[in-house]
Structure formats: structure tokens, C-alpha cells
Design a protein around this ligand. Structure first.
Ligand SMILES: Nc1ncnc2c1ncn2[C@@H]1O[C@H](COP(=O)(O)OP(=O)(O)OP(=O)(O)O)[C@@H](O)[C@H]1O
Ligand SMILES: [Mg+2]
Length: 340
């Protein structure tokens, strides 16, 4: 019986916070069998922080799924003729020098099929997301994980992990979504916002916007003439100062919201459909007034999304209170685990 259970840790190494969620499949259920989170802002301290996190988490599995990001990873949204998915990466690789700013031999290339659409001549055309990561970056990343005693089984990207978390939610909460519905998942971290637009669980568009919670903190620090660390504390727990905080971050939120809105416009023009609902995750989604600010900018129903809804939790190894409270921040970690 026990042998049938397959566990995997989704390890989301964010720029400000490392999140790890262990997901175990038990017949038809998905169970969170471990969870831990640690804040680290300094890249040099990351490996030690992950070691500490692993000691605290007491995961049963060494298998991890992670993601790469940053300036050494590029995304390109391209069109390809329809072809079998197993031929796609090879075909994209042949053409890759047209799209990426690195030498093809220096990068690992992955390609994800997005939607199938008809081109002007009624021929099927595949929309494809090309991801190119410097080989040295992927190798360093894997080496670090192996040094930590882990077994890396997959390296993905945040945007697609979000889509996988959504699909998992669909599986464990059957009937909750209307067929044909188009949703935008938006994960707002410290330094970036990852967007993934899905229709019937198929990804049509994915993009990253280089803005996030750190910009809000900096805006508070500037406006009030205080240190960033103090501004960070105030942002997370403004108490009676909520109006002051809201006012200080208003312009940054407006800029970020408008930038995200451009992606919705792009999707709507390209695919002749409408984003009907927006679901927010990431640490910045813990901001209580984010929903209403963004709903006003997007003019679409906008909600904070809880990616652990419908999952079981093994309470003897998980801090259930922290898990529930920080759930929106765990969407990428859960999606990484769910995909593998
Ligand atoms: N209670 C809170 N209210 C508002 N913002 C918060 C709260 N808790 C955390 N944040 C913010 O969330 C951000 C961290 O979120 P998250 O863990 O999703 O980011 P990350 O994955 O480390 O960053 P990135 O994805 O950009 O690399 C920080 O900017 C932090 O200030
Ligand atoms: Mg993140």
C-alpha cells in the first residue's frame, strides 16, 4: 500500500521567500504531507536557507520539482505549424536563434504547446511558449539541489506551475468551474508578476511582468521617509495606518495593474475571447485591498485564490494554521509538485 504513494516536493525558490510543499498522491486523493517556508533575500544565503528549511520540514521524499527564473531565462511567445508535441522541442531548437539573445549551444530549450488556432489560411497553427535558460544556470541550480541531498526531477517555470495548480484544483473540486470559462491566474511575488491565461485548463498565454511587492515596499519607504525594513513591516501589518499604506502604494498598484491589463488585452485581441475572471496568488495577494484595487483597474471579477482548497492535509507534520494563512503564496510550489 505505502509503496503506491508517490510523494514529491514542489520547491519554489522565490527572490524573497522559499516555499516548499510536499504533495503525496494517495489513490484518488492529493495530500499535503509537508510544508515549510523561509524568507531569504540574499542569493548567497539561499543554499543554507534551503538546508534549514529541509531540516524543519521533515519531508518523506527527496524528489523535488523546481523552477528557474531571472534574467538568464527568457520567454518567447512564437507560432509554429501544427506538429506532434514530441517533435516540438526539436523543431523549436532549430529555429531558436531567431528568437533568443543567447547562443543556442549555451542554452537549455524547452517549449510548451499553448493553444491551437487557425491562421489566415484556415490552417492550424500552434502557439508555443519557448523557454530558454542558460545551461550554466540550470547546471548550477541542479548542482545546488544535489548538494542538498535532493533529487531534482523537473525544472519548470512559475507561469506554468500556476496553470498546473489550477488544474489540480479542478481535479480535486470537480464541477466547481464552468466549462468554456476563461480565467487569468496572476501570481504577484516580490519582484515579478507571473500571468497565465487559461481556457478550459489549456494555457493560451503566459508572461512575466518585472514588478512586485518590493516596489510597494519601496513606495511606502519613499513616501513616509522610512527604512525599507520598516516599510515592509508596515505593509504586512498596517494596523490603523491602512489608509496611509494604501495611499502610498496607489500609483505603483495602478502601474502594475495596467501592465497586467495589457496582457489581458493582448489575449483578447489574439484569441477573440474575454478574460472572465482573475485569480490572484503570490505573497502580494495577502494585501487585503489588492482584490478591490485590481478589480477596479481590470473591470473584471477579481479574487484571491486559495490553491489548497480541496487538498487533504497531514496535520501531524504540517503547521496547518500557517498553511491556511499563507495559502495564496504557495500556488507555484503546489503547481510544481502537481506537474511531476
Ligand atoms: N501579509 C502581507 N501583505 C502584503 N504583502 C506581503 C505579505 N506577506 C508577504 N508579502 C509580500 O509578498 C512578497 C513575497 O511573495 P512571494 O513569496 O510570492 O514572492 P517571491 O516568490 O519570493 O518573489 P518572486 O516570485 O518575485 O521571485 C514580498 O514582496 C512581501 O513583501
Ligand atoms: Mg514567486
Amino acid at each position: 500500500m505505502l509503496k503506491q504513494r508517490k510523494s514529491i516536493v514542489g520547491l519554489d525558490i522565490g527572490s524573497s521567500s522559499i516555499k516548499a510543499v510536499e504533495l503525496t498522491r494517495d489513490k484518488y486523493d492529493f495530500v499535503i504531507t509537508g510544508y515549510s517556508q523561509i524568507e531569504v533575500h540574499n542569493e548567497a544565503a539561499r543554499q543554507e536557507a534551503i538546508a534549514e528549511l529541509l531540516r524543519a520540514a521533515r519531508f518523506r521524499s527527496k524528489r523535488v520539482a523546481t523552477a528557474v527564473s531571472g534574467k538568464n531565462v527568457v520567454f518567447r511567445y512564437i507560432s509554429m505549424p501544427e506538429m506532434p508535441e514530441d517533435k516540438l522541442v526539436q523543431a523549436v531548437r532549430l529555429d531558436a536563434d531567431k528568437y533568443i539573445p543567447f547562443a543556442v549551444e549555451d542554452v537549455e530549450i524547452d517549449a510548451q504547446k499553448l493553444a491551437l488556432v487557425q491562421d489566415g489560411n484556415n490552417k492550424n497553427e500552434m502557439k508555443v511558449l519557448l523557454v530558454a535558460a542558460k545551461k550554466s544556470v540550470v547546471a548550477d541550480h541542479s548542482r545546488m539541489l544535489v548538494e542538498l541531498g535532493l533529487q531534482p526531477v523537473a525544472v519548470g517555470v512559475d507561469g506554468f506551475a500556476l496553470g498546473n495548480a489550477w488544474e489540480l484544483g479542478d481535479m480535486v473540486n470537480p464541477g466547481i468551474q464552468d466549462p468554456g470559462r476563461t480565467v487569468a491566474l496572476v501570481d504577484i511575488g516580490a519582484t515579478k508578476a507571473s500571468i497565465n491565461i487559461l481556457r478550459d485548463n489549456v494555457s493560451y498565454f503566459a508572461r512575466e511582468v518585472p514588478m512586485g511587492g518590493q516596489d510597494l515596499t519601496n513606495a511606502i519607504a519613499r513616501r513616509l521617509g522610512i527604512e525599507p525594513a520598516q516599510a515592509e513591516t508596515m505593509k504586512r501589518d498596517p494596523g490603523a495606518e491602512v489608509a496611509v499604506v494604501q495611499e502610498a502604494v496607489a500609483q505603483v498598484l495602478e502601474d502594475l495593474g495596467n501592465e497586467i491589463n495589457l496582457s489581458f488585452d493582448f489575449f483578447e485581441n489574439q484569441f477573440d475571447g474575454e478574460v472572465q475572471e482573475v485569480f490572484l496568488t503570490g505573497g502580494t495577494a495577502l494585501l487585503p485591498f489588492l482584490e478591490e484595487s485590481f478589480e477596479r483597474i481590470f473591470e473584471k471579477r477579481t479574487k484571491t485564490w486559495n490553491p489548497i482548497e480541496g487538498l487533504k492535509v497531514k496535520a501531524d507534520n504540517v503547521d496547518v494554521e500557517a498553511l491556511n494563512q499563507l495559502a495564496p503564496q504557495l500556488a507555484v510550489a503546489i503547481g510544481l509538485a502537481a506537474a511531476s
